[in-house]
Each structure stands twice: as structure tokens, then as C-alpha cells.
Design a protein around this ligand. Structure first.
Ligand code: N01
Length: 487
């Protein structure tokens, strides 16, 4: 740490330069913290928008709300932006906010250990970096889940996971797509027109709601938005309206939820005319129970002559294709795994050791837990951004990342002022938070009987079951009562 006239500037390491890491870096800079480094294992910033490059990638949240209020971009080309455009936004932002000098790309953190007064960070290259505070911004949907299907290694053609897309040839080929989440639906719809045949393998069918996802944003809209005096306020307003609407649907069983769910059923009925196909595509759980899939063309594309939908379970993968449990062999030239992520790993497999050498794997032996998505008992001076129970299914994550960064900054200010040396959330506060979450989770739509990546284990849903006001209140001001402080 550097000391100036009685103040000490903390050394801060941010792990991850995705959306959350950028938010933290910006807030630190804004608050006059200069001694921070962002360590990013990828070759570029952007997080999921850097790693995911599969055909058809597009944000299913309207672009005007899917951006930082502190960096509004009024001239998105589409109402739902493509992955490329979102990644360019992050790229440009890092330059505009002058964060590059703080950034170390291709720098993977393998371990972080609390030594009693500070953190020692080890990178894959063997560098050791000391820090007073560590902020992990390592994302949720980062580690690809590779399915444990017998024979996967024996396939003679290319097998690619969507989150590690390498330009495989699918044009004129027989393609199999495994997985029917948001990614599976997007990649299937993008590959269908050029494939000689494409088969969508579904373990569980999903509700797919129609939205005009390719709608362009008229230029005039961008010009008008640019003229607004406080663009940050309009972004916040659009995020608030979007969040309030979604939260209302997912956390309480009301007529509004039922009306929105009815729309899902209407889309299926109106857009899939073939009764047998419609029966196969019909889920046996409520819309919104899993993360809702939106698409402008999936039902049209799955109905095309060169497309098949197979919901017979997969028995094995062979050298030339895939066999389902009914004994049918599906000949394939390429397999696309749209099988999602290990969403509850957070900063792992980094080896994180807190006070008294306790490892994060031991601390989280019964599943990931943190007070307020950010602070973990036993891990002083370490904060997470978009940690356990983040509202990935309801509230703007840009808003949450910025709010959490401001919350962390409040502690950093106290360190800088010499008021505290270490800060560690209490076990009691964390248990209280977990109990409140568990109770509020009961009437949510996520708890109505489906399997989804929201579940950290059989009974624990890793989401935020409250509204935005509660989130804002919780992260507005740290309370000393919830923390152990050393001075
Ligand atoms: O992953 P998922 P995703 N055999 O976990 C199936 C965000 N996102 O990458 O339902 C056969 O939803 C699995 O089957 P089941 C968004 O938040 C955003 O699609 O578990 N199948 C499921 O169908 C989204 O929710 C955008 O029975 C297997 C699929 O694979 C999140 O990312 C775009 C299997 C996985 O679906 C994750 O979406 C894309 C197996 N062994 C994604 N294992 C935006 O537009 C798994 N499956 C912002």
C-alpha cells in the first residue's frame, strides 16, 4: 500500500475483466483509488462476451437496458444487440475509461491466500502479487459443462462446446445440437439454414417465447436518445422498469405471471402447426421456471424439412453419430454441445485460502454462500461481485455490479482513512441472509418443479428472490454490526 499524508492507498487486485470487473475498476477510479490491477485470464476483456462466439449469439435483454448507466450507448444497431456489438462496447469502454494501464490480460490467477494482514495472489506464470483487498469478478456462466455421455471421445468429427467455439464447418453437413437452453436455441436457429440436416437433441424441452430478436433500432431513436440531457438516468429508468416487471413475474404467483405464461403456450400453439412436433416440444413445467428462452425464429426453423427434434434420451456417442435409447442411430458430421455451464463454481478452481488457512472448497462444502452476494465469512478483505444469489434471472446485472462495487468502495474508503485494517462478514449475518433467501424462494416460479442451472444442489436455488428496492437497500450502506473489524 502507498501512504500519503496519513492516508494509505490500498493495493487492490480485481480478478476478471468481464462486465463486473469493468464496473469495479470504473468505480475505484471514480473514487480516487489508483493502486489497482485487473488480472484477466483471457486474451481480451468482456467475460462471457469474449468467450462466447457461437453463430447466432445475441443478447436476450434489450440493449438499452443491457449496458452501464455510467457509460450509455444510445446508438445500438439492434433492439437486442449481437454478441459482437456488445463485445465492442466493452472494448471501447475500457479505452474510454482509461482502464488499460491497470489491466493484465492472459494472466490467470491460480491461488489467493490471506496471510493474516494481506492477500498473496499467485498467477499461472508463477508471479506473486500482494494486495490489501481482493475483488473477485469471475462471472457465473464461465466454466463450460461438458456432458458425461458415453463415447463422447470416440466421435470422429468435430465436437465443440458453444462457449469455446472454434469455427467448425457446418454448412452442408449433418449437425447435431445437444441442449435446448438459450444458447442451444440460438445456435440451432443460426445453423439450420445451411446444414444439410440438423437435429436438436433435447433432454428437456423448453418454453420458447416469440420476440422480434432481429429488430433493428431505427437510427432516429439513437439520435433522439443521444440528445437527452441525462442519459444515465434514462438507462437507469429502463433498467428499473424492466427489472420491476420481471421480478413481479418470477417471485410472486399472480395473474400477471399467469398471463405471461399463457403467452408462452400461445407461441407454441400458433407457431408449431404439426401436432406431433408440438407434443414433443411441449414442456411439462411452467414457463419462466427455467431461464426463459426468447427467439424470433426457433419454432419456424425446427419445423423445416432439414430439421428434427429428438427428445429420446441419448444412450451413447459413436464414431459416426449418436444413438438414442430407442436404438436409433443418428448419423452426424459435427456435434455442438450447447450444454451450459458449471454455474456455481464462481472463483473456483482458484485455490482461495482465507483466515486460518480455510479453503473456499471447505467453506463452501455445502454449496456457495455469501452475505449479500459479496462477503464470505472467514475471508477478510475479499469481496465478490455477482457472487451467490445474484439476480441473474431478474434484475439488471450491470446495475448490481455497479452497486456492489460502490458497497465495496465504502469499506475501501475506511481502510484508506485508517479506520479499519481488515473487514470480515460474520457467520451470523451470512446465515440470517441465507435463511431469508430460502424463505423468500418458496413462492418463486423457479421453485415450481423443473431442473435448471439455477439449482446449486437439489434444494438450493442460487438466485435473488427479492425485489430491486431490497437489493438497493442492502447494498446502500455497510453495517458494522454484520462485520468483524480490526483497526
Ligand atoms: O445453458 P442451459 P445455456 N445430455 O444450462 C442440456 C445465458 N444466456 O448455455 O434442461 C443432454 O440453460 C440441458 O438439459 P436440461 C442465459 O442466462 C444468455 O443454454 O438440463 N442434454 C439444457 O437443455 C441462459 O440461461 C444469452 O434437461 C444436456 C442445456 O443442455 C444461460 O446463459 C444467450 C446434458 C443447457 O442449457 C445458460 O444457457 C445464451 C446432457 N448430459 C445464454 N447436459 C443471452 O442472450 C446438459 N444438457 C443473454
Amino acid at each position: 500500500m502507498t501512504a500519503t499524508a496519513g492516508r494509505r492507498d490500498p493495493r487492490i487486485v480485481i480478478v476478471g475483466a468481464g462486465m463486473a470487473g469493468i464496473a469495479v475498476a470504473h468505480v475505484l477510479k471514480q473514487n480516487g483509488f489508483g493502486d489497482f490491477t485487473i488480472l484477466e485470464k483471457g486474451s481480451d476483456v468482456g467475460g462471457v462476451w469474449h468467450w462466447n462466439r457461437y453463430p447466432g449469439l445475441r443478447c436476450d435483454v434489450p440493449s438499452y437496458g443491457y449496458q452501464f448507466a455510467f457509460a450509455p450507448k444510445p446508438d445500438w444497431s439492434h433492439i437486442w444487440a449481437t454478441g459482437d456489438e456488445i463485445q465492442r462496447y466493452h472494448h471501447d469502454l475500457v479505452d474510454a475509461l482509461q482502464l488499460r494501464s491497470h489491466l493484465r490480460l492472459n494472466c490467470e490467477v491460480t491461488a489467493a491466500e490471506f496471510t493474516g494482514s494481506r492477500w498473496r495472489i499467485t498467477t499461472a506464470d508463477g508471479d506473486e502479487i500482494d494486495a490489501d483487498f481482493v475483488v473477485t469478478a469471475t462471472g457465473v456462466l464461465h466454466h463450460p459443462a461438458i456432458p458425461d455421455i458415453p463415447g463422447l471421445d470416440s466421435f470422429s468429427g468435430p465436437v465443440v462446446h458453444t462457449a469455446r467455439w472454434t469455427g467448425i464447418e457446418t454448412s452442408g453437413k449433418r449437425v447435431g445440437v445437444i441442449g435446448t437452453g438459450s444458447t442451444g436455441v440460438q445456435v440451432f436457429s443460426a445453423l439450420q439454414p445451411d446444414a444439410s440436416h440438423i437435429t436438436h437433441f433435447a433432454r428437456t424441452p423448453q418454453w420458447v417465447m416469440w420476440m422480434p430478436m432481429r429488430l433493428r433500432q431505427p437510427r432516429i431513436v439513437g439520435r433522439l436518445l443521444r440528445r437527452l440531457p441525462r442519459q444515465d438516468k434514462t438507462v437507469r429508468l429502463s433498467q428499473r422498469v424492466g427489472s420491476d416487471y420481471l421480478v413481479d413475474l418470477v417471485i410472486r404467483p399472480t395473474w400477471r405471471r399467469r398471463a405471461a405464461q399463457r403467452y408462452g403456450w400461445m407461441c407454441l400453439r400458433a407457431l408449431v402447426r404439426d401436432k406431433d412436433l408440438r407434443a414433443k416440444l411441449t414442456p411439462d413445467y411452467q414457463p419462466f421456471c427455467k431461464r426463459q428462452v426468447l427467439s424470433g425464429d426457433y419454432y419456424r426453423r425446427i419445423s423445416r424439412p432439414n430439421a428434427s427434434f429428438v427428445n429420446e434420451p441419448i444412450a451413447e456417442i459413436t464414431a459416426t453419430g449418436l444413438r438414442t435409447t430407442d436404438g436409433i442411430h443418428h448419423d452426424l458430421d459435427a456435434i455442438v454441445l450447447a450444454t451450459g455451464f458449471q454455474a456455481h463454481n464462481y472463483m473456483r478452481p482458484m485455490l482461495v485460502r482465507g483466515r486460518d488457512g480455510v479453503s473456499i472448497n471447505d467453506a463452501w462444502a455445502k454449496g456457495p454462500r455469501a452475505w449479500g452476494m459479496t462477503a464470505i465469512p472467514g475471508f477478510p478483505n475479499l469481496f465478490m461481485v455477482l457472487g451467490p444469489n445474484s439476480p441473474t434471472g431478474s434484475i439488471s446485472l450491470q446495475h448490481v455490479a455497479e452497486l456492489t462495487a460502490r458497497y465495496i468502495t465504502a469499506w475501501l474508503n475506511r481502510f484508506r482513512d485508517g479506520d479499519i485494517s481488515t473487514v470480515e462478514v460474520t457467520e451470523e449475518a451470512t446465515s440470517r441472509f441465507a435463511d431469508d433467501v430460502a424463505e423468500a424462494m418458496v413462492p418463486t416460479v423457479w421453485n415450481t418443479g423443473c431442473n435448471s442451472w439455477y439449482f446449486a444442489d437439489d434444494s438450493h436455488i442460487d438466485l435473488w428472490p427479492f425485489d430491486r428496492k431490497r437489493l438497493n437497500r442492502m447494498l446502500s450502506q455497510p453495517s458494522d454490526d454484520d462485520y468483524i473489524l480490526t483497526r
